[in-house]
Write a protein that binds this ligand. Sequence first.
Ligand code: GBH
Length: 459
Amino acid sequence: MTELRFPENFVWGAATAAYQIEGAVHEDGRGPSIWDTFSRTPGKVFQGHTGDVACDHYHRYADDVALMAELGLKAYRFSVAWPRIQPDGTGPVNPRGLDFYDRLTDTILARGIDPIVTLYHWDLPQTLQDQGGWTNRDTAEHLADYAVAVHTRLGDRIRTWTTLNEPWCSAYLGYGNGVHAPGEQDPGKAFAAVHHLLLGHGLAARALRAAGAETLGITINPADVQPADPASAADGEAVRLVDGLHNRIFLDPLTGAGYPSDVLEHVSRLVDPTFIRDGDEKTIAAPIDLLGVNYYAPTYVAGRPGGAGNGAYPGTEGLVEFLPPTGPLTEMGWMIEAAGLARLLERIGRDYPGLPLMITENGGAFPDKEGVDGPDGHGQVMDSDRIAYLDGHLRAAHRAIARGVDLRGYLVWSLLDNFEWAEGYRKRFGIVHVDYLTQRRTPKSSARWYREVISRNGL
Ligand code: GBH
């Protein structure tokens, strides 16, 4: 019996990203990206893993799409690798790179699945990084050119276009604490990157709209920031600061309110924000039709003089204590708290009304347990922890919908086990297991469970 039914036409799907699954990094004229460089830099990625082969999706995409159809997915979110389209990040397009996404798109459509494109999921062409990457304003213009190049080829078939994936990560992890490529640690650069990513989004959105893109959006990873002690005023101030640096710094300008003054004040204490020019906020506010929300775990903070802060949030040192995760954790060490998803969706729905939302990523890294009765004698991959996680988060999403949030869909992260950035292949987020030695795909028990959820449109 279906207990919790989702709205009609609710979009059910899964998500991936180019560098995490494709492999084939030297094929068909692809240029190097910052992740090729970073993964080859000793000490940056677990055991020096790279995306060189990954899930070999570049060659196995047709089988992978067939698998999506078997699971009953209605939508599939993938990203286009900028360095396949423009190997140096600018200039003439590389037709062989576009050919791949052309084939992929046709294969997805032939299976009755709706493609959702992410234009930029962190694989910046290395040549652009050599010119400063996201600290260079020109990169924003280049992103818009690249977006148009992809749309020119695929715009007749793809309806939903999103510009960036999680600019918070690109800026703060890439240029703030250096855990992600390009691995820089400089608060000034992190804030310049935030601005140029937003500017690039605005320029790309405007260009895509002019080119006729139907549904336009961006995916962010807003944080559910909670106080250690709800009764403490100091903790409330810490929440306000971290919320500003994580959420309002993106959501306010995206929705036309410009940068919040308290956030600008904080930024100005660390860097002269001359990278923000007249008219930029207007560009960033280009109308969008969809906000992609990626949610994994909540963030608990306390206001504490002398608090350690967090390198990913420049200027929080001496002010904020980020609480260590407690309770049940995923293999990433992230808290499992489904209520955080409901809080987050309701908050965005309340503070930024009128913006349709889609959960463009949610999921977790969990251990696989081998079952004995695999369908083809290979052992079944049992991941009951993942089922419990997804079930809990879907219930939270349903609660938010019941309370009036305009949530249009849910995409699980991820279809396949894949290259988990700095963690390499040791962390597995897939509902489908990948044996990296043979590239054999085995749907986990969560995949079978998810297929049921989709077919019943509910839990
Ligand atoms: C996403 O990033 C990416 O879009 C995707 O490519 C990636 O594979 C996937 O998630 C899984 O990592 O330390 O408990 O406070 C997610 C990035 C996850 C960054 C949660 C901040 C803080 C958790 N974020 N994280 S916690």
